[in-house]
Design a binder for this molecule. Structure first.
Ligand SMILES: *Cc1c(COP(=O)(O)O)cnc(C)c1O
Length: 462
């Protein structure tokens, strides 16, 4: 065997060993940062080392600082874990070392994106004619969607923002729910729109936008070019805005209007018949952002942006001129014309593989299972004396109050230290809460039951 082949096998063995152990390993261990820094650090040496030695050193030094987010009992943030085929496809993408800039640099990467993008639109119930970009995550998807929005509403107001910039442009307004995700604000900063352009509509009891409040905010300035940001999947409660009603209200607004939906994880409700009603009317928006690396369980970094007006998408994003979408090959979509990167990794392979591994039914079952397990958490914990479930569990998110902020923080700390499972804390509407997100493909009922037992134990000691 060649040295390289041997090294690749050994590396694959490291990955396999880690993933095999993930279901039973402590989810998070006490991290000794000083040791991590010592083992990974020191001055950059003058001479290089053999590749095999470098890999072994990396595995030994990094292992104590790895968090088993890929395992079945990690319920922090909204993460998901990587499916087997998607992980291997990502390893292939690295091994093949493809640049997914255009079809000349990698026809395989370009066509895999073309195909997987079509599958995604079908699964999510988006218009078949929508354009799409494979981006690094929800943040990038929001930025690209809002760039297309900025182009379209200003074009309708007679302004070419790609040429003239925002100085001297008609003033834009962005109407969003008060419980929008923080990445919306960062996208507005990046796009030069600025957060002063935000006008906020109140959220209802479970965190979704109040459609009546949206109507009132829009009416405050009826002619202003306006971007409406809706949300599918409140990061605390899982609630989705009433997309159909909200889009209807936005459509009746007088000035140029664009509706963007941030559905980083909640958009996947559309892929499961039992949860599809949560996002009814989804197809009425103009652009959509979602993640692959959350609920689809694709490795990082993987997000998708879709746009009902491909011309607006390409005008905002293409590297050359808006009309040169094919970039040298009119028959194959150029991946780089719909994202912010030029040279980029071939992340489409992992999405292609995840969708093949699951199939249409498997995606629906994954979403349904996570929702069912979230309800199982809520039922089991809600039965415990002194414990309250703080949200209506409509999707995969559960918020738990253990009887006040101090006690809740003690329970969270004890659960995290215990290593059986990992849940984070959040503050929602002034309440300190444990947040549980069920989004991993490998989580099953036994994982929930073990985690509930660990929480009950922590509660007893708190
Ligand atoms: C996670 C999340 C984002 C950001 O997505 P990244 O992939 O972390 O960039 C945006 N919006 C919502 C609602 C999210 O849950």
């Amino acid at each position: 065997m060649s040295d390289l082949r041997q090294l690749l096998h050994r590396t694959a063995d490291h990955v396999a060993a880690y993933r095999e152990a993930a279901a039973e390993a402590p989810v998070a261990t006490d991290v000794d940062l000083a040791r991590l820094r010592a083992d990974l650090g020191g001055p950059l040496e003058t001479a290089g080392r053999p590749a095999a030695e470098v890999v072994e050193r990396l595995v030994a030094a990094a292992a104590p600082g790895l968090v088993t987010t890929t395992g079945p009992r990690y319920f922090g943030f909204v993460t998901g874990g990587a499916l087997d085929a998607a992980t291997c496809a990502d390893m292939l993408a690295a091994g093949w070392d493809q640049a997914a800039f255009n079809a000349v640099l990698s026809p395989a990467a370009a066509v895999a994106e073309e195909v997987a993008g079509g599958w995604l639109k079908e699964l999510l119930g988006l218009p078949a004619t929508a354009s799409f970009g494979f981006v690094t995550g929800g943040q990038a998807a929001n930025t690209v969607g809002l760039a297309a929005a900025r182009h379209a509403v200003l074009a309708r107001a007679g302004w070419d923002v790609e040429k003239g910039g925002l100085g001297g442009a008609p003033a834009l307004r962005v109407v969003a729910g008060e419980e929008r995700h923080a990445t919306i604000d960062r996208s507005l900063r990046l796009l030069g729109i600025g957060t002063d352009a935000l006008r906020l509509a109140a959220a209802g009891s479970n965190g979704g936008i109040e459609v009546g409040a949206l109507r009132e905010v829009l009416a405050e300035d009826p002619d202003r070019p306006t971007i409406v940001c809706l949300q599918a999947g409140n990061v605390n409660t899982g609630a989705c805005d009433s997309l159909g009603a909200a889009c209807g209200v936005a459509r009746r607004h007088g000035g140029p209007t664009w509706v963007h939906v941030d559905g980083a994880f909640g958009l996947w409700a559309a892929a499961n018949p039992a949860s599809r009603a949560q996002v009814a009317g989804i197809e009425l928006a103009d652009s959509w952002a979602t993640d692959g690396h959350k609920w689809l369980n694709v490795p990082y970094d993987s997000g998708y942006v879709f746009c009902a007006e491909p011309e607006a998408h390409a005008a905002a994003m293409s590297l050359t001129a808006a009309y040169l979408v094919g970039q040298g090959d009119g028959t194959v979509r150029a991946p780089s014309a719909y994202v912010t990167e030029s040279s980029r990794r071939a992340r489409g392979f992992a999405t292609w593989a995840a969708l093949q591994e699951l199939g249409r039914d498997g995606v629906a079952a994954l979403v349904e299972r996570c929702c069912r397990l979230a309800r199982r958490f809520a039922a089991a914990l809600g039965d415990v004396e002194g414990v309250t479930i703080a949200n209506e569990v409509v999707l995969n998110q559960v918020l738990v109050d253990f009887g006040g902020a101090a006690r809740t923080d003690r329970v969270i700390a004890a659960v995290q230290a215990g290593g059986t499972c990992w849940m984070g804390g959040t503050t929602w509407r002034g309440r300190r809460l444990m947040r549980i997100s069920v989004s991993n493909w490998s989580t099953c009922e036994a994982d929930v039951d073990r985690s509930v037992a660990a929480i009950r134990q922590a509660l007893g000691a708190a």
